[in-house]
Ligand binder design. Structure first.
Ligand SMILES: [Mg+2]
Length: 410
């Protein structure tokens, strides 16, 4: 069944927004990031006609009190990583287009997180809360349409176009929203009385071909008729493995959550070991009773498939989240491993301190030995006979604690 499950998410004025985050005195002011050419500018500058790609001199003519800041500083990568971690927490099918823009296919996540509209809203609020940045989202059945929808949604908006509503949304828009219509084509079309995408659709294809040439005309004609079969493409398949638990009982403390975290981690790590994969990045997602959620990621210096090593990293992040949000009821917890590579994990011992992951702990070797014995028992007696490590010590066994598990991203 077709849904509006292709999302295009694009941060609003990314470089300018990060500059404002790092220097709040710039908030609300016409400001451009760039040297020579405007890389990005605030919406206050846009009101004067300033645009990305414009020479700074021209921008100053349009807006004499424009503040111009050098774009070479800035924690752009950190903000981008945080945003992409949020995207990845809703679907493994993320196609990165640039530092601040991605397509996501969320059709496989609807049973977990709700309709594409719900997911679009959740992503927007997660990004706003966790990074302070605004991201506009288009959710439609097709890539090109979602990209257009996110542009129409700006600033700081969400537009959902459900199946059957595509042409109604598309046809009133100016031709410049189509990929492949730059200023020159736009002028040529406008001169011929073609102003909207609907005008293109209503023009005979022969006439379009004689105006623009065959390839260009065919492309625009297809888009104007809502034809775009391209799927969302990730660079690799199975980029991440994850497991999550929805909690029926209201759970607040780290002590209550750690056994769940261990069980989820064990499911992810044992699947990695079965498939001979190892991962470098561990991501946890905690959803609270008010439906808000927090995502945290740690990238380790070496890849691992050891349950215990991932548990240590994930527990540190969980502890920080619970400290940051005291007295919140946790309703869902998920653990994901990404940066997955085939083959043997790097045989590097590492431990975790308060701030990052650093070398030098013999624990990794213990974890390996434990995992091997757990895996061997499972192989002989089946997956359900044994739970991991301290779950056994604490007397907990699988699925007796009021939890339901959903495995994702197979
Ligand atoms: Mg952007």
């Amino acid at each position: 069944m077709q849904t509006a499950g292709i999302l295009h998410a694009d941060l609003d004025a990314f470089y300018a927004a990060v500059a404002v985050k790092e220097n709040p005195a710039l908030a609300g002011k016409p400001m451009a990031v760039g040297a020579g050419v405007v890389l990005s500018c605030t919406y206050e500058a846009r009101a004067y006609g300033v645009r990305g790609g414009m020479p700074v001199r021209e921008a100053r003519t349009l807006c004499p009190h424009l503040i111009v800041v050098d774009g070479t500083f800035g924690a752009y990568t950190q903000y981008s990583k945080a945003v992409f971690a949020i995207f990845g927490s809703y679907t493994p099918v993320v196609e990165r287009l640039s530092i601040d823009e991605a397509f996501m296919d969320v059709t496989g996540s609807i049973h977990l997180f709700g309709t594409p509209a719900d997911i679009g809203r959740a992503i927007r609020s997660d990004v706003k809360r966790e990074t302070g940045l605004a991201v506009s989202v288009g959710a439609t059945p097709r890539k090109f349409l979602s990209k257009i929808a996110s542009q129409v949604a700006k600033p700081d908006g969400l537009i959902v176009v459900n199946p059957g509503e595509e042409l109604e949304f598309l046809h009133p828009l100016p031709v410049s929203y189509l990929w492949g219509v730059g200023p020159v084509t736009k002028r040529r079309l406008n001169d011929l009385g073609i102003h909207t995408i609907g005008d293109i659709a209503a023009t005979p294809q022969d006439a379009m071909t004689s105006m623009l040439g065959s390839a260009h005309a065919t492309h625009l004609y297809a888009l104007a008729h809502n034809l775009d079969p391209r799927p969302v493409e990730t660079r690799r398949k199975a980029k991440s493995l994850s497991a999550q638990s929805a909690m029926r009982a209201k759970i607040r403390t780290l002590d209550e959550l750690v056994p769940v975290l261990k069980r989820l981690t064990d499911r992810v790590a044992s699947r990695m070991r079965v498939k001979n994969l190892s991962a470098r990045t561990v991501t946890i997602k905690v959803r609270f009773g008010d439906l808000s959620s927090i995502t945290r990621s740690t990238t380790m210096p070496a890849s691992t498939d050891a349950t215990g090593a991932i548990v240590v990293v994930a527990t540190k992040m969980l502890e920080r989240v619970l400290t940051e949000f005291p007295n919140h009821e946790t309703t869902l917890l998920s653990v994901a491993a990404s940066g997955i590579a085939a083959g043997e994990p790097t045989q590097l011992a590492f431990g975790v301190d308060d701030d990052d992951v650093s070398g030098g702990s013999p624990r990794e070797l213990e974890y390996e030995a434990l995992d091997q014995s757990v895996d061997a028992l499972r192989k002989r007696f089946g997956a359900d006979v044994i739970t991991h490590g301290s779950d056994l010590l604490s007397g907990r066994t699988k699925n007796t604690d009021g939890l339901s598990d959903i495995m994702t991203n197979d």
